[in-house]
Design a protein around this ligand. Structure first.
Ligand code: C2E
Ligand code: MG
Ligand code: MG
Length: 301
């Protein structure tokens, strides 16, 4: 009814379009108002999260599907907000990206994950996970200081570059020259790269060889349906064969049952991650998990 509200609503729709991946149009709907308000309030709370020490990390083990050995751990961020309770990273990472907080939060995650990894190595020696994986968001890849930050964190914690793996989700990154260049710079440090949440299909498979990655992580949604869908099994198998041919390793995400683990192993997937092996836990709890497993191993022999 007014020019102002028309422009405001158009702006909200544009914001939605950018949020859902740019290069598209979105029709305004009244429900979007509420979402914008919610995001603004989440953003205000998120600004307090770092200074108030509400953010912390949990770690999920990655295991070798063949012999069950611990091959790494993935750092996952958690936010305990006094009024909201636990807020999922799926909800707040996109907000952090949109409002420019992702740089600070990303640095916090990298520093904390490496420090806790080094501490585990220090106290557990060879029992500790051989590497730590940290999720990078697309926005972080655009930061000029990223490579220097990574180098600094490795040095500060006495880590070898190969002990750090960075996970990126964008298979579309293959089409972006700037992102590709940044990935190559990171790889030149000796840090390894994983492609997270890989959803296989013709277009993503054909991008694989263009990316300087070491590991492909097969999305939980695929792993979940593989038992009942021959179509998905074939796609997973194709991904694994392609990865193998390109010299990359593979991880099946979200393994919850023994049957899924066996199926993924029979499809030649090298590693697994999921509730069957271990849920994400604090570094102290992970230490307990490792020690309990070591006792079991010892008991066996
Ligand atoms: P992701 O990197 O693919 O992480 C795996 C997610 O799957 C985690 O959820 C984990 O808790 C969950 N998961 C693992 N095993 C199972 C399973 O067996 N069953 C089920 N149902 N779920 C399982 P979470 O921690 O909520 O993280 C969600 C996403 O948020 C991550 O997906 C990642 O994309 C993003 N994220 C988490 N931490 C960070 C971070 O520090 N930085 C950035 N940029 N993104 C992060
Ligand atoms: Mg990940
Ligand atoms: Mg994933």
């Amino acid at each position: 009814s007014t020019v102002e509200s028309l422009l405001r609503d158009a702006d909200i729709a544009m914001y939605e379009a950018k949020r859902s991946g740019r290069g598209r149009y979105v029709m305004f709907e009244p429900a979007m108002h509420k979402r914008v308000r919610d995001d603004v309030s989440l953003e205000n709370d998120l600004r307090q999260a770092l200074p108030n020490q509400e953010l912390f990390l949990v770690y999920q083990p990655l295991v070798n599907l063949g012999d069950g050995r611990l091959t790494g751990m993935e750092a996952l961020i958690r936010w305990r907000q006094p009024q909201r309770g636990m807020v999922s990273p799926v909800a707040f990472i996109p907000v952090a990206e949109a409002c420019g907080l992702i740089g600070q939060i990303g640095r916090f995650v990298l520093q904390r994950a490496c420090a806790e990894f080094a501490a585990l190595r220090e106290c557990m020696g060879p029992l500790a996970p051989p590497s730590v994986s940290v999720n990078l968001s697309r926005a972080q890849l655009g930061e000029a200081a990223l490579v220097a930050d990574i180098q600094q964190v490795l040095r500060a914690n006495g880590m070898e570059a190969a002990q750090l793996q960075l996970e990126i989700t964008e298979s579309l990154a293959a089409q972006d020259n700037q992102v590709q260049a940044k990935l190559r710079e990171i790889k030149a440090l000796g840090v390894t790269l994983a492609l997270d949440d890989f959803v296989t299909g013709y277009s993503s498979l054909s991008c694989l060889h263009e990316l300087p990655i070491d590991t492909v992580k097969i999305d939980r949604a695929f792993v979940g349906v593989a038992q009942h869908s021959a179509y998905h099994r074939v796609l997973i198998e194709a991904t694994i064969l392609m990865a193998e041919t390109l010299g990359m390793s593979t991880v099946a995400e979200g393994i919850e049952t023994q049957e899924q683990a066996e199926l993924m192993q029979s499809l030649r997937c090298g590693k697994g991650q999921g509730y069957l092996f271990g849920k994400p836990v604090t570094s102290g709890e992970l230490r307990g998990w490792i020690e309990a497993r070591a006792d079991l191993e010892y008991g066996k022999t």
